[in-house]
Unconditional design. Sequence first.
Length: 492
Amino acid sequence: MILRCRFYFLIFSFYFVKKFYITTPIYYVNAKPHIGHAYTTIAADVLARFHRLQGKDVFLLTGTDEHGLKIQREAEKNKKKPQEFVDEISAEFRNLWEKLGIQYDRFIRTTDPSHKKAVQKVLQTLYDKGVIYKGEYEGLYCVACEQFRQESELIDGRCPDHDIVLEKVKEECYLLKLSEVHSKLIKKIESDEFAISPEQYKKEILSFLKSQPLRDISISRKNVSWGIPLPFDSKHTTYVWIDAFLNYLTGLGWNGDILRWHLRKAEDAILGFWPPDVQLIGKDILRVHATIWPAILIHLGIDLPKRLYVHGHILSGGRKMSKTLGNVISIEEMLEKFGKDGTRYLLMSAGTFGEDVDITTERMVEKYNADLANGIGNYLSRVLKLLKEISNFQYPIKLSDKSWALVRNIEISKALSEIWKIVWENDKFIEENKPWELAKSNKDKFNEVMQKLTSDLHLISELLIPFMPETSEKIKKALKTKKTEILFPRVK
Ligand code: MSP
């Protein structure tokens, strides 16, 4: 009987429970994780937690991008074998996600044997189809981007994103046909079949695509040993971006067999997550995600992701963070100072999600003390002190709220400010009504005031689940036990 129920439940969940697949970029392991990486990953976790809360079957994929010249060189510099080097740094990413409370469903590494095998299978398929061919490529290569850049993009001959001198590369290689998919791609982006948000990024990509022909790209390197050998020519290794993009497919456990994909996808529980509902990326990797990535999928006959959601960069004091400028804010320092939920809050509420956001330690300390130590922290402790005057208090749960509509729309920072509107409204309400006086002078009014204060606090705890899961739990527990707990100790 139990077995049968379980069987029907599985059938039910497979057909009726909506799936939600969300990915982060996979991070380069040439250096330790930093705030920028944490920013994307926390945002993905907020969205994943939100959709889980809505009863969906969610898959959050993240991981590390471990091949290529940049990493090969960094390992050499550190006098380590590449595998040993990437093992160490990849572990640092996983540790950090643990500290930040990231609930991922899979952490993929591009050095996983299953991923490597799948990449080779896919490349063989594309080669057999004739969309990969042998040729030569000449261009200027930026090792930091792991990309060829066009002369017209450079500033004083340097990479516009990394300010480094590019390396001239001219070598025999294999190329992937991009020109063939050009017009198809424009149509899919225009119609939002392959949506790019926010709107400004969709416009940017469309104007890029319409301004010039799409050049075929090199998908192999002859002089980079730290990579996946091409299955049809082992003198070459796979270009790191091709290897990396395929993680979004192999992360679901796909073994690279294209027949299996097309025949089995419909009834396979994990492959059934495809296509991704949201792929979060930073603006610096939009162009490759909107050209090379969909081109691979079109060539394979695989559906494109539903949406690429592009966020801006975190700047520090108006400038890109860099060791030379001395304006780097480390994520470890943030965690130490503000704790897990404090860090999540400060990053997700810094500026409008989607645009560049500027942070400084001073401003974060100020915001932490104002919004968390004072705002929600004070609200809770004041309510709890007064709650002791009442027995068997009941608070009705208000369900719908504007902030959830905003999260659904990936307007994460706006959703948080909606929640804080409730905090500030109640702050004012407490000042105006002085419930500690009402407790002595007017019991009915006191009850009424407390009714609003507690039910709003409960509502806030519900709304905070995706953003600050521990804080949400603490508030709920405090309301139940009527015990004061300091949510956020003040910081200096
Ligand atoms: N490995 C590639 C992605 C491959 S995905 C198939 C890569 N890695 S990265 O580690 O350099 O960057 C990963 C993500 O971090 C990108 O989305 C990038 O935009 C983001 N950030 C890196 N620095 C950032 C900030 N300062 N601010 C916000 N995000 C930034 O690119």
